[in-house]
Design a protein around this ligand. Structure first.
Ligand code: PMP
Length: 401
């Protein structure tokens, strides 16, 4: 079909199908450090919950469901978030088909073509095309071990205002175990970010897929828990804590925002069967036991990959996360992460080059250094982690000399 028939947002999209989807479809000896999939042994056995849901709730699970989600699930989720420092009612919650769906709906609510969006440099790469499809420009802000650099953002926004440019519409951030850096924002930074957003009238979108995948250190209050003025739209998901195939997440925001989002959600309601299964699983003793296993397995893998990188690639700086799925490596400044990634792929280790995580990659962007790579430790077994890092070190040495 001629591109002239397509909408602007679709004209430049690839016409090829994506690469093999499941890590298990790869050749047996390929090591998937690129995959954000859950460890297969951590996918919970939901059989009994599914059977019980279909037996006891046939009509509820097989009819259309309310667009905003099942009342009991929304009630349980508001309790969970209130235990985590929020003050929500079920009317603050909208059930969506995973975090990405929540993000897309929020974009539909807030963004017009030509608006600007603040993202960290680097940021979660799958969010970039979602924002881009709404025809927005990006403002990229650096970050350190304490999260997004709020002071730098403040000066940047002052400079833009002096040039007569409009304030951005939203700030997108992953405050807990950032993807890709693994960094968690400090309390002070969180407070400063909210103060900045409040003062300038900018909405914060807090994306929290890893929040409960913490295996070390103290939980820091979520941005939503610190929000007093309805500035924060919080996006949650069961993908990383329970199972990504469930495709259930949520948005937490003021009820008048939720009411508008309901009108924009045109999917006929998220699967009522899956919502019922999650609700029954979440209320059962199996849920807490599951979370403990998740934390233990990922902690072991995090330790393993950190040790392996320190042993095999001592020149790499590794940010050690207290939770989540990823480690972010900073290679010496003259090393190109894209080249290392390509050579690693030849050695059958898949990973993601750091350049993928910048909204405007390339030589023109001083905020997009090329000497990074992201390794995921969620799917690879401890043995694969050792072998994968050994092969990666070979690829690194062939570039570094
Ligand atoms: N946000 C971030 C920061 C993520 O890392 C991921 C998963 N890789 C998601 C959202 C996707 O979540 P979901 O599966 O719920 O769409």
């Amino acid at each position: 079909m001629s591109v002239h028939r397509l909408a602007r947002r679709a004209a430049n999209l690839p016409t090829s199908f994506p690469a093999p989807h499941f890590p298990s479809e790869l050749e047996a000896d390929v090591i998937p450090f690129d995959s954000g999939f859950a460890a297969p042994q951590l996918l919970p056995d939901l059989t009994d919950f599914a059977i019980a849901a279909l037996n006891a709730h046939r009509e509820e699970t097989l009819q259309y469901s309310p667009t905003h989600g099942q009342p009991e699930l929304r009630g349980w989720l508001s309790d969970l978030m209130n235990e985590d420092g929020c003050a929500l009612t079920p009317d603050h919650l909208l059930i969506v088909n995973g975090a990405k769906h929540g993000l897309e709906l929020i974009c539909r609510l807030l963004l017009d073509e030509g608006d600007t969006v603040v993202v960290t440099a680097p940021t979660y790469f799958t969010a970039i095309p979602i924002f881009r499809s709404f025809g927005v420009d990006f403002i990229e802000v650096g970050q350190d071990a304490h999260g997004i650099d709020v002071a730098a953002l403040d000066s940047l926004l002052d400079a833009r205002a002096q040039q007569g440019l409009a304030a951005p519409k939203l700030i997108y951030n992953v405050a807990d175990f950032h993807n890709p850096t693994g960094a968690t924002m400090s309390l002070e930074r969180r407070q400063a970010l909210i103060a900045l957003a409040d003062a300038r009238g900018i909405t914060i979108v807090e994306d929290t897929p890893y929040r409960r995948v913490r295996f070390e250190g103290e939980t820091v209050p979520s941005l939503k828990a610190l929000d007093r003025n309805g500035t924060v739209l919080h996006v949650g998901t069961f993908s990383k804590l329970v199972a990504p195939g469930l495709r259930i997440g949520w948005v937490a925001a003021d009820p008048e925002i939720i009411a508008r989002l309901i009108r924009l959600k045109s999917d006929g309601g998220s699967s009522p069967l899956v919502q019922r299964i999650i609700y029954e699983f979440g209320r059962s003793p199996a849920f807490a036991a599951h979370i403990e296993r998740v934390q233990a397995v990922y902690r072991e893998r995090r330790d393993r990959i950190v040790e392996a990188v320190r042993r095999e690639i001592p020149a790499a700086e590794i940010a050690v996360p207290e939770g989540g799925y990823y480690v972010w490596l900073t290679l010496p400044s003259h090393i190109d992460g894209d080249v290392v990634t390509a050579l690693a792929a030849e050695a059958k280790v898949n990973l993601i080059a750091g350049s993928t995580f910048f909204a405007t990659p390339g030589a023109g962007n001083a905020r997009a250094p090329r000497n990074h790579i992201r390794l995921s430790y969620s799917y690879a077994t401890p043995e694969q982690i050792d072998e994968g890092v050994r092969r990666l070190a070979g690829a690194y040495r062939s570039v570094a000399g």
